[in-house]
Design a protein around this ligand. Structure first.
Ligand SMILES: Cc1cc2nc3c(=O)[nH]c(=O)nc-3n(C[C@H](O)[C@H](O)[C@H](O)COP(=O)(O)O)c2cc1C
Length: 200
């Protein structure tokens, strides 16, 4: 069990706010070794699992994929994309995220039967886990990137290569490693354009 730091949640946490105001992903293809070791990964996953989850259903789980396993998955993704008759560019793309990967965590959406919590809310929670995982890795000083792509959406690949069960899907492949390049800031949403004030 990762020990919890001493933080008073009722006080402003300037470092956390500064992180959230500046955080950004590092492109997966630019990540290098080393990747988080077992202890570092455990801390990141512990943070990721501390995510809002209506009804405490835990409608998600993790697959941790080493670099060696990722090479195997990359080759298999390419072979399957090729067998589906996809164009060369898409075949290469299907495998590339795995070939580039130092360490990958697949966040699996695993919705549970519930009369109270709609499936879509369980899916939202899986997406929230992806962001928490990404942010925990970035906050710990790693480079990280949330990707999906062909392998996340091909049902047979999920079932046969990742062991997904009926109803499960990949919410994200989060690639982790050491930052190779700091990407330039990208345009961020115009807050006024996306915010409506409802005041009465
Ligand atoms: C669900 C989801 C799937 C994504 N899949 C891909 C992908 O397959 N390929 C890609 O280049 N970017 C993908 N992205 C975008 C990357 O994560 C991108 O690096 C990210 O939007 C950068 O955001 P940030 O700088 O705010 O962290 C995806 C984003 C999300 C939320």
């Amino acid at each position: 069990m990762t020990e919890l730091p001493e933080v008073n949640p009722a006080e402003r946490n300037d470092a956390a706010i500064a992180f959230l105001l500046t955080r950004r992903s590092r492109p997966a293809k630019t990540l290098k070794a080393p990747a988080p070791d077992e202890a570092a990964l455990r801390e990141i996953l512990t943070a990721a699992a501390r995510t809002p989850d209506h009804g405490k259903l835990e409608p998600w789980r993790f697959l941790t994929i080493t670099r060696e396993a990722a090479q195997r998955l990359g080759a298999e993704a390419e072979a399957r994309a090729k067998a589906q008759g996809l164009p060369d560019e898409k075949i290469a793309k299907a495998g590339k995220q795995f070939h580039d990967s130092q360490l990958c965590v697949a966040v699996v959406s695993s919705p549970k039967q519930s009369e109270k919590v709609p499936q879509v809310e369980q899916l939202y929670s899986a997406g929230a886990v992806c962001l928490s995982l990404l942010n925990a890795a970035l906050a710990a000083g790693w480079g990280a990137n949330w990707l999906t792509g062909w392998a996340a959406h091909d049902e047979a690949f999920g079932r046969e290569m990742l062991g997904l069960k009926d109803g499960e899907s990949v919410a994200g492949f989060i690639h982790l490693g050491t930052e190779g390049v700091t990407p330039p800031e990208r345009p961020r949403p115009d807050l006024d354009a996306i915010t409506t004030r409802i005041s009465e």
